[in-house]
Ligand binder design. Structure first.
Ligand SMILES: [Zn+2]
Length: 334
């Protein structure tokens, strides 16, 4: 079967299987009749001209629209194509084609709050997220991160100091709202609130809607301490500078990249904790083991390094290069 498949990088991934051609998470409108969108992070969305059919989950279509990406001709299913939970963010899906080829999109194996473990179907060809595809990326158990965060918040609150929890406005910020809203009071940044509301539409229960913090007016923060769920911001940004100067706020950044020794300093956070919506290196290997593919294509992040590692382990592995998106959590706004 593998001789019938062609995988091409450049504009997301263009996949030909037999007579089907499918654009996987293209960066721009594709010529393919069918486009698959795995999830609603900006680096997996494209501006559509309206041509062709979009295959995606209803959650992703909704979240994309909330983020300014509208699609016509959206379908949630198609013959021979199965959308499987990829465990990354709300609505994220992998695509299983004819029970033979599996594209993971961005993928996570460990359950986190309201997110499930990504599904790992047996397949002949695996096109996989390799964001953290080098051995140095080893993530701690979620429970350890929760405990560490609560300790930092507890110590800060004892001193009357507020705490800012920072992560992507879509995905990470909802996990942070869900996991830490037992502290009082909780405020959420306006960009996070929009995405929290979109999650509530799909039944994710945050307990209640927390008050919205807007950067133009921080007067409601007057009474300290408080917890703010915020998009990732550099410590030198106007927003964090003001929160530090006026309230003595402590910042915690949540990211898989925090494994890098220079990460915390690079974004000028007080703390950086490892909470990721991707697999760590050992989980990537577990994904390969579960899917038992004959051929592997790696994409995103450390695609070349991970493919090289897999080849050394005896796998038939090729990185997809050329115009692929390098995922960086240093970039805001995903
Ligand atoms: Zn993503």
């Amino acid at each position: 079967m593998t001789s019938r498949i062609k995988v091409q990088g450049g504009n997301g991934i263009l996949l030909s299987v037999g007579t089907r051609t499918i654009a996987l998470d293209p960066l721009r409108q594709s010529e393919a009749h069918l486009t698959f969108i795995s999830h609603a992070h900006i680096d997996h969305l494209h501006k559509s001209t309206g041509a062709g059919t979009i295959l995606t989950s209803k959650e992703t279509a909704y979240l994309a629209k909330e983020r300014g990406f509208s699609y016509n001709n959206v379908v949630n299913k198609k013959d021979g194509l199965e959308l499987l939970d990829s465990g990354h963010i709300l609505g994220s899906r992998g695509l299983l084609i004819d029970n033979e080829v599996f594209y993971t999109g961005d993928f996570a194996l460990r359950p986190r709050a309201f997110l499930n473990r990504g599904e790992t179907p047996r397949c002949e060809v695996l096109i996989m997220d390799s964001t953290f595809g080098t051995p140095s990326y080893k993530f701690p158990p979620l429970q350890d991160v929760i405990e560490e965060t609560n300790k930092i918040i507890g110590r800060a609150f004892d001193k009357g100091r507020p705490v800012v929890l920072m992560g992507y406005p879509l995905g990470k910020a909802q996990l942070l709202t869900y996991l830490f809203s037992m502290w009082e009071p909780v405020y959420v940044h306006e960009s996070v609130q929009r995405m929290n509301r979109a999650h509530s539409v799909f039944g994710i229960d945050f307990g209640k809607e927390y008050q919205t913090y807007t950067e133009k007016d921080s007067s409601l923060l007057g009474k300290k301490p408080w917890l703010l769920i915020s998009p990732m911001r550099n410590g030198r940004s106007a927003m964090i500078s003001e929160l530090k100067k006026n309230y003595g706020a402590i910042t915690i950044a949540f990211s898989g990249w925090s494994v890098n020794p220079g990460y915390c300093n690079s974004i000028r956070a007080d703390y950086a904790l490892t909470l990721s919506d991707h697999c760590d290196f050992s989980e990537l290997l577990a994904l390969v083991k579960a899917c038992k593919p004959d051929r592997i294509y790696t994409c995103f992040g450390f695609a070349s390094q991970f493919a090289a590692y897999l080849r050394e382990e005896g796998h038939n592995a090729t990185p997809i290069t050329g115009g692929q998106k390098f995922i960086s959590e240093y970039v805001q706004g995903r």
